[in-house]
Design a protein around this ligand. Structure first.
Ligand SMILES: Nc1ncnc2c1ncn2[C@@H]1O[C@H](COP(=O)(O)OP(=O)(O)OP(=O)(O)O)[C@@H](O)[C@H]1O
Length: 474
């Protein structure tokens, strides 16, 4: 090792130290050996290909900053990688970059191309370029709206964030349908831990990336460094675990990493699109470990939570929208939160392109453009369908002669709304309900009004239905 290289690298380390936390510094920078300095080209030796890739993926900006500060604008960095080919003699050998195309990775220019031709030019450093955990800082508990739909998962997540590894929620498995906030929640846990005082090494990785890294490590003969790396983390967050289905070798590797982390009281957090019992193609021994901790689900947010999510989103965009638009969107989009956000973004885009205020009319136009077959008129058919679904009663029964109490009540409610929301005559309404006469409709309306006065459950259910119809009839 040349003394010059050593001195330059020590300078670099001083810069790097100011930009990464202690744990990352000792994991990623202490093992690096300076090899030589030729002009303003510094060569450093890293323990493995995986290690090199990790540096390139996560610390390239810090390294550039360090080199530029120490060696000036023309400074360059080259890597020498010790490749463990798993040979029995255990003799590592060194590959230096640049050499041929070896530096290119995933179609991106690797260090070979970058360093042989371009001096470092420094993109601005910000929290994101310096992030080491793959966490999006916007996904935090402040921006995660709480509701009945996520209460258990959220509070378990918060408990884990307060005491990672030592609550009984290890592993914590969060599952739910598409776009319901799994990634947001688990990253919020990660951010909370990362921002804490304990300097934990938090790592978020999608299962897809985990599989790809593992495959690459097999190809490059670096399985050991892959495993060692994952075994060092304090908090492992692995997203969309269902992606491991059918990938037996990765599952086996994950099994070992899981056991190691769990035994050492490190926290494991996972997400999945279904509960563990429905995860097909995953080994039984893994599934049984998933059940050691806590499994919590996320549901579609209810109306009030949707309103809060819309408000929060608009607030963060610095945009105000009228209350009737918020209500309309919260009523109409009940599929998932990502879709709700997508529609909000479209609405903002339409308003700013056309330079118009966001209004209910605009919201309806946007919705019609996005969801082509949306029903915006309240007709008797729509009322019958909605009431039958709401009370879980077959649609035909609403129109038949059945005299069962719950069917009679639902039928009367549907008639009541037909009178309130459509222009049909009493006669016509009676006709749509199995050919009844107008006095039956008058009686239905009267009965619904009477029960609403005395029975609060009934009143609530009628009011809830009313909101649905009101939104359509704007
Ligand atoms: N409770 C919530 N409060 C605020 N925003 C939310 C909430 N739930 C979901 N979101 C937002 O909805 C969007 C989709 O959420 P996210 O990506 O976390 O869903 P997911 O369940 O991981 O989806 P996928 O199944 O596609 O992986 C994100 O922008 C997220 O911020």
């Amino acid at each position: 090792m040349s003394t010059e290289a050593n001195a330059v690298w020590n300078e670099c380390l001083r810069v790097i130290e100011q930009h990464v936390n202690e744990q990352s510094f000792s994991t990623w920078f202490k093992p690096i050996q300076p090899v030589k300095l030729v002009g303003t080209n510094l060569t450093i030796q890293v323990p493995s290909q995986f290690f090199y890739e990790w540096l390139e993926d996560n610390y390239v900006q810090v390294l550039k900053l360090a080199i530029k500060t120490t060696l000036g604008q023309g400074g360059r960095l080259e890597y020498a990688v010790v490749v463990d080919k798993g040979n029995s003699s255990n003799q590592p050998y060194v590959v230096s970059y640049p050499q041929g195309n070896q530096g290119a990775k995933n179609g991106k220019p690797g260090p070979a191309e970058e360093q042989s031709t371009t001096p470092f030019n420094l993109p601005s450093l910000n929290a994101e370029t310096l992030t080491q955990s793959n966490l999006n800082p916007n996904y935090n508990f402040n921006t995660y709206i709480e509701g009945d739909c996520n209460r258990l998962a959220r509070s378990a997540g918060f408990a884990v964030a307060t005491k990672p590894g030592i609550t009984s929620f290890n592993p914590l498995m969060v599952y739910g349908g598409v776009g319901l906030g799994k990634t947001h929640l688990v990253q919020a846990i990660g951010n909370e831990i990362k921002d804490g005082v304990d300097n934990k090494f938090v790592l978020y990785v999608s299962s897809e990336k985990f599989v790809n890294q593992f495959m690459d490590s097999i190809k490059d003969g670096n399985v050991k460094s892959f495993t060692n790396f994952y075994m060092q983390v304090d908090v492992l967050i692995i997203d969309d675990i269902q992606f491991l289905a059918g990938k037996d070798r990765t599952q086996e590797m994950f099994f070992h990493i899981f056991n190691h982390l769990h035994q050492n009281k490190k926290q494991i957090i996972m997400t999945s699109d279904c509960p563990p019992r429905d995860l097909k193609g995953l080994e039984e021994r893994l599934l049984s470990r998933f059940k050691w901790g806590l499994t919590a689900d996320l549901q579609m947010p209810d109306f009030e939570t949707r309103v809060a999510i819309i408000r929060r989103k608009m607030q963060s965009e610095g945009i105000e929208i009228p209350a009737d638009v918020v209500e309309y969107l919260a009523y109409t989009v009940d599929t998932n939160v990502r879709e709700l956000e997508g529609i909000l973004i479209s609405l903002i885009a339409y308003a700013s392109l056309d330079r118009v205020e966001i209004s209910l009319e605009l919201a309806k136009t946007v919705m019609k453009n996005i969801i082509k077959d949306i029903e915006t008129e309240v007709g008797i058919d729509f009322i019958q369908k909605t009431v039958s679904e709401y009370y879980n009663i077959p649609l035909e029964d609403l129109k038949a002669k059945t005299r069962k109490k719950e069917i009679v009540t639902a039928r009367q409610v549907a008639m009541y709304f037909s009178k309130e929301f459509t222009n049909h005559s009493l006669k016509s309404i009676g006709y749509h309900f199995g050919g009844r006469d107008h006095s039956t409709v008058i009686h239905a309306v009267q009965t619904v009004n009477d029960i609403m006065e005395t029975d609060s459950n009934f009143r609530n259910s009628v009011n809830e239905l009313k909101k649905k119809f009101k939104m359509r009839s704007y």
